[in-house]
Design a protein. Structure first.
Length: 118
């Protein structure tokens, strides 16, 4: 079984830094759990959910709210977390999905250009 690895940039770091320490710890622990156990188990356990074509969410629930981190597959077992957000309902807002798709498309386009420059 090939295990996933997650990467992110300053936007997700800023989100993590905006959370309370306990919430940040829960999000990082969930990412580590997914990397350790693999995506199939994560899907079965409802730790992750497919949102759209090559767009998924990491799901963390606290007592008061839901914390979501949206991500996409870069290649093989490498994934990139676009951003995170908190919400009070279990539905993923359309604006967050659009935001993640925009980041994904920009990231993959930039990556494709740099690959073709080599």
């Amino acid at each position: 079984m090939i295990l996933p690895t997650f990467d992110w940039d300053s936007e997700f770091d800023n989100f993590l830094n905006s959370l309370r320490l306990k919430e940040t710890t829960q999000v990082i622990a969930m990412i580590n759990k997914i990397e350790e156990h693999g995506l199939q188990i994560a899907i079965n356990m409802k730790w992750v959910k497919k949102i759209d074509n090559n767009l998924y969410e990491i799901r963390v629930r606290t007592n008061e709210l839901f914390i979501r981190s949206l991500y996409f597959q870069v290649e093989q077992s490498n994934y990139f977390i676009t951003h995170g957000f908190k919400k009070k309902t279990n539905e993923t807002p359309v604006k967050e999905i659009k935001r993640s798709k925009k980041i994904r498309d920009k990231y993959l386009s930039k990556r494709k250009r740099s690959d073709s420059d080599e």
